[in-house]
Design a protein. Structure first.
Length: 212
């Protein structure tokens, strides 16, 4: 029994250690492990991100992988981000765009220093409106490059970012209004239908008593 327990503990320890070593050691701003870019595309995108860091100190990194295996896109992105220390020390001003080709999933991981700018809502809108439409046609580079351009523009132009956030807020208000209207109509139909059924049942009950 002790031998089995020791073996299990050893196996779990091995798997844990392996998990700690599975993330790529990033040496460039673009790591195309899934090989979805051409050499020219990798060069152009990497140079753009090098220039962006020189101009702003912000680090924006793009990584593509073949598949996630047993991890979610969120945990993989977080582990890759933290293991490589994306962003400058003391500023935590890193951004990671992670794409898994086999899983067809994408994630934008944001350092604490940039979270007030590239919020969850902003990242989600970029993924949904800019990246996904291109990915559906397997235009991976176009989708990622366009998303990178958006984030660079937002971090360099506060007015553009404010307008983008305003559009998101307006869309959310419209969605909330539609949801409230739908729920209101549903409630009226439910109450009305329930009242009608109750009324019919009440009349039937009265007629029964009258018959008695």
């Amino acid at each position: 029994m002790r031998k089995k327990a020791f073996t299990l503990v050893f196996l779990l320890g091995y798997l844990f250690a392996a998990a700690q070593q599975q993330y790529y050691e990033l040496r460039d701003f673009v790591t195309d492990s899934a090989q979805i870019f051409t050499a020219a595309q990798v060069f152009d995108l990497n140079q753009k991100l090098v220039d962006f860091e020189k101009e702003t100190t912000n680090q924006l990194v793009v990584v593509t992988i073949d598949k996630l295996d047993f991890e979610t896109i969120e945990t993989y992105a977080n582990g890759l981000f933290n293991q490589n220390g994306i962003g400058q020390s003391g500023k935590d001003n890193g951004l990671l765009v992670l794409f898994s080709k086999f899983d067809r999933e994408v994630r934008i991981e944001v350092g604490y220093g940039l979270e007030p700018y590239i919020t969850d809502a902003v990242a989600s809108r970029i993924i949904r409106n800019t990246m996904i439409p291109n990915f559906k046609d397997e235009r991976y580079y176009e989708g990622i490059d366009a998303a990178v351009n958006q984030m660079i523009n937002f971090l360099n132009d506060p007015e553009a970012l404010a307008e983008f956030k305003s559009d998101i807020a307006a869309s959310e208000r419209k969605a909330k209004t539609f949801e409230n209207i739908f729920l209101g109509v549903f409630a009226l139909l439910f109450v009305g239908g329930g009242g009608f059924s109750f009324f019919r049942g009440y009349r039937t009950l009265i007629e029964v008593f009258r018959g008695v």
